[in-house]
Design a protein around this ligand. Structure first.
Ligand code: ATP
Length: 695
């Protein structure tokens, strides 16, 4: 064994001892939390209050146990040695011993860990050395050091291959892993940014936008307690993508982040998908105005309010109804809540009317009696009272008008409730959207700016299931009729943010009143429902034009060779985009040609060959959406993950086989962007199967 190897082995052994001691402390903590939880669950609650408290404590302890369990794998991954000799070990979470001032393990998000990610030889940030630890289970199996202060390596430094290279060489599992040990400085600067407003992260495929987004979510929870209190939401484009990223946050010790798609956020399960041209129209902000107009059209449009009160019909003057409508509308309350105010105002007007007509009726009776008998009833009554020894006005009599009682009765009155319902009906979100999209007159009335053809596309068949593009409309309608969503978040992270329509942005903004967001995406990868061309255009109407824009420039997924073959395509779809560079090298991409009838055979042969040569690797087959069924029926899923091009955004495989690029390009408008996404999914090998046309 060489001297260097001896030195490395010695260092590995030293680290093993330290890391094993940290592991013991971790076990103690976990055992302690589990024991506390068991005790709490075993203690019988006395009162309802105690039962509630017990539940809260049990929930907190169970959460803590989950947090610890999630972070166990790869718990310790780094160490920094400061120039003054201080040593800090960096891990997925922080650990202290009560007896010690110095932490045993520093949470990667703590300020003290920042130099681990950001120090360079030019800016060593007080470090002499940065060390990465490689673990198998809990055992340290390798260390690699970088010296940052310009000093020469000693026998205790193991200057070796970078840990990033090792991380990138790991095979793909179909689930994304955390990059917490190897976050790069440009990524870390975004993750740790103190900016609390809107941060936008753009960058080509594989530049780590998702990595940054997820680590940012974990950082916000750690560093911004106020945002953490309200919770963090990570929004992804579809369930497949959420499944791909779902393990990252738990492995960073965070289980409290809500991962959702727009559909899940709205609590609507769509039964169908709209064709993109319909989805694009439904995504327009004009729909929000139209839905607002539909709701307003149901708010006392006629102004006529006639109701039977007791034995009589009463009609309120139009002015009273109009005033009640205006007051209810401008109250800032949503339709169904404003309805209560509207009803109360009508009842007030009715009570006034009843008081006035009651007084008038009495005066009329008095006048008639005086005319017939010559008696002034008021005077007679006063004289009678004096004779009885009672002075002053008569005591409150049973026939005096009791406005409060009348008001309460009217508010409870069924007939009145029915009359209000006619004028200002309670609405459901579904009813509002149905009215706009199904009523023959509604579309021309409320979407005048659309052409006849566009309105025809929007028209909905009665009874049809809700579609994915209806979801933000239903959510908008819900906010119009029932008010803003109950569940809001302190910080929202949106991945593939270029995909969101204006209506989807409205949904998200409604759930983030503090406007604290991290949005990551790439317009060169935008799908066909995206109308905006850049962030300013996409975000301006919803979040204003001020946001912190960061650009990632290095691809950690897509190899140099794959980027080279997509250069022309990128120049066509995003002419202003400077090409990104990759730190990965791989095989030259291959192209196979297959006649339409032999496409499946060619694909299966290719997958079998790749499976035999690289048995542990994950292969993704990306094809036009319309081709998926045929390939699934041919059993492609025994060899590879089969992904329709529309759902490939954000995913990653060791190898990708792209089936019939022309078909992908032709399948939807902006199909070249779908193809760009498909071609940039592989970390190692790309094979494209073309199907030359018969002509
Ligand atoms: N600092 C890092 N350390 C280790 N791996 C990294 C790092 N940054 C990115 N990666 C890896 O690079 C790959 C691509 O990252 P990611 O999916 O975040 O890119 P992206 O920009 O979101 O891509 P896309 O535009 O295709 O959605 C992933 O496997 C990720 O784990």
């Amino acid at each position: 064994m060489s001297q260097i190897d001896d030195g490395a082995a010695r260092e590995v052994e030293r680290e093993r001892v330290e890391v094993s001691a940290i592991g013991d402390l971790f076990d103690e903590r976990l055992a302690d939390v589990r024991a506390q939880l068991a005790r709490v669950l075993a203690s019988p609650p006395g009162s309802a209050g105690e039962a509630y408290e017990r539940e809260v404590t049990a929930g907190r302890l169970a959460g803590e146990a989950r947090r610890l369990e999630g972070a166990e794998d790869g718990l310790v991954f780094g160490r920094i040695d400061l120039a003054d000799g201080t040593v800090l070990r960096i891990g997925r979470l922080g650990l202290h011993r009560d007896s010690d001032d110095m932490p045993v393990l520093v949470d990667w998000r703590a300020e003290a860990a920042r130099p681990f990610y950001e120090a360079t030889p030019v800016h060593p940030m007080g470090l002499r050395r940065r060390r990465h630890l490689r673990l198998a289970g809990r055992t340290v199996v390798g260390v690699s050091d970088e010296l940052l202060d310009g000093s020469a390596p000693t026998g205790q430094d193991v200057v070796a291959d970078g840990p990033l290279t090792a991380a990138l060489q790991e095979r793909r599992t179909g689930r994304m892993g955390a990059a917490v040990a190897t976050l790069q400085a440009e990524q870390d600067a975004i993750v740790r940014s103190s900016h609390r407003g809107v941060t936008v992260v753009q960058g080509g495929p594989g530049t780590g936008k998702t990595v940054v987004a997820l680590h940012r979510a974990a950082y916000v929870l750690y560093a911004f307690p106020k945002a953490a209190e309200h919770g963090v939401l990570v929004l992804g484009p579809n369930a497949r993508f959420l499944d791909y990223i779902c393990q990252v946050l738990p492995s960073l010790g965070e289980n409290d982040v809500v991962l959702a798609t727009c559909e899940e956020l709205a609590g609507v399960v769509p039964g169908a998908a709209d064709p993109f041209e319909v989805a694009r129209l439904k995504g327009s902000a004009a729909l929000a105005d139209a839905l607002g107009a539909v709701v307003r059209s149901r708010q006392a449009p006629s102004g006529d309010f006639t109701v039977r009160v007791g034995q009589e019909w009463m009609r309120l003057p139009d002015g009273d109804v109009a005033q009640a409508r205006e007051t209810a509308r401008t109250s800032g309350l949503a339709h169904n809540r404003a309805r209560r105010l509207f009803k109360e105002l009508l009842v007030d007007a009715l009570v006034r009317e009843l008081a006035r007509s009651g007084a008038e009726a009495l005066e009329l009776i008095d006048a008639q009696v005086t005319q017939l008998t010559g008696l002034d009833l008021d005077r007679v009554a006063a004289a009678d009272l004096r004779r009885l020894g009672v002075d002053g006005p008569p005591a409150t009599g049973a026939d005096e008008f009791d406005a409060d009682a009348v008001r309460a009765d009217l508010l409870d009155d069924d007939l009145l409730e029915r009359a209000v319902e006619d004028l200002w009906p309670r609405l459901t979100p579904g009813e509002v959207v149905r009215t706009l999209l199904t009523d023959a007159d509604a579309l021309p009335a409320y979407l005048r700016q659309f052409t006849d053809d566009q309105r025809a596309l929007l028209r909905r068949t009665p009874g049809a299931p809700w579609t994915d593009a209806d979801v933000p409309l239903l959510d908008e309608a819900a906010s119009l009729v029932d008010g803003p969503p109950e569940h809001v978040f302190g910080h929202v992270v949106v991945d593939e943010a270029q995909e969101l329509t204006a209506m989807q942005w409205r949904m998200i903004v409604r759930r983030c009143p503090g406007r604290s967001m991290t949005l990551v995406g790439d317009f060169a990868q935008a799908g066909p429902t995206t109308v905006a061309l850049d962030w300013k255009e996409a975000l301006g109407p919803h979040l204003g034009r001020r946001f912190d824009l960061r650009t990632l420039t290095v691809s950690y997924r897509t190899t140099q060779e794959i980027l080279a073959v997509t250069e022309d395509l990128l120049a066509r779809i995003a002419p202003d985009r400077p090409p990104i560079r990759s730190i990965r090298r791989g095989e030259a991409p291959r192209t196979l040609a297959a006649a339409p009838e032999s496409l499946v055979t060619t694909l299966v042969r290719e997958l079998r060959a790749q499976g035999a040569a690289y048995p542990d690797e994950l292969i993704g087959v990306v094809c036009a959406d319309g081709r998926t069924e045929q390939l699934a029926a041919a059993g492609i899923e025994q060899y590879a993950r089969l992904v329709p091009a529309s759902q490939a955004r954000g995913l990653e495989f060791d190898a990708a086989v792209v089936v019939d690029p022309d078909e992908i390009t032709a399948a939807r408008p902006g199909g070249e962007r779908d193809l760009y996404v498909a071609l940039t999914r592989a970390t190692k090998r790309l094979c494209t199967i073309t199907v030359p046309s018969a002509g």
